[in-house]
Design a protein around this ligand. Structure first.
Ligand SMILES: [Zn+2]
Length: 212
């Protein structure tokens, strides 16, 4: 099973090894997007179809604290138009981030990722550390874009270190989920789902070959 239930919502397992990758994995089937008869991507592949689910996912991925998410969900219920705008922006950002991680030379994807990351930086504040010093964090009184800004901060963290070099895409049938493979040994997003399906298919192919 590649999903878990959080606050009554099915959400994908956190198997990417980094929240920016787990965010990309809130869409299923990157490599072979099945279209509906009207040409739209299949909505069943979307794990965050609403703002409410995006906010719950951000807590699930440990990007935002529970009390902040509770407040955002209540505010979104009062201002559904702004919330829906954030969801659309989150999809654009997710597409760009995924494209960039699959092709680090994609300038258009980088420009979109950088644009959102810049607006996330503008929403931060410098706070005094508990033991002195200072650290930068997202301002808690930010508006509905907070979940998107939290993801953008995570993406900046991934891209500005060395970890992005270890990002791999799952070769599972109709998958394409991303994960870190620091030691170069990982093949599947989740052994229990894609890995197992591949084993079952290989077994069935061997059976068919021996019975011919
Ligand atoms: Zn997979």
């Amino acid at each position: 099973m590649h999903w878990v239930e959080v606050d009554g919502y099915p959400l994908p397992k956190l198997c990417g090894g980094h929240p920016a990758l787990d965010f990309c994995n809130t869409w299923s089937g990157w490599d072979d997007v099945v279209r509906t008869p009207s040409g739209e991507p299949d909505p069943k592949r979307e794990w965050i179809p609403t703002y409410d689910r995006l906010a719950v996912w951000a807590r699930h991925a440990s990007l935002l604290p529970a009390d902040t998410v509770r407040r955002l969900r209540a505010e979104a219920a009062d201002d559904p138009r702004s919330a829906a705008g954030v969801v659309r922006a989150a999809y654009r950002f997710r597409n760009a981030l995924y494209r960039l991680l699959r092709d680090p030379a994609d300038e258009a994807a980088f420009a979109e990722v950088a644009r959102v990351a810049q607006s996330a930086v503008r929403a931060t504040e410098l706070v005094h550390g508990v033991r002195g010093g200072a650290r930068r964090r997202l301002s808690d009184d930010a508006g509905p874009a907070l979940p998107l800004h939290a993801v953008a901060r995570a993406a900046e963290d991934l891209l500005s270190g060395e970890a992005w070099r270890s990002v791999r895409a799952c070769p599972g049938l109709d998958c394409g989920w991303l994960f870190l493979d620091v030691r170069g040994r990982r093949r599947w997003c989740d052994m229990a789902s894609c890995g197992n399906r591949a084993k079952v298919r290989a077994h069935a192919a061997r059976q068919a070959a021996t019975s011919e």
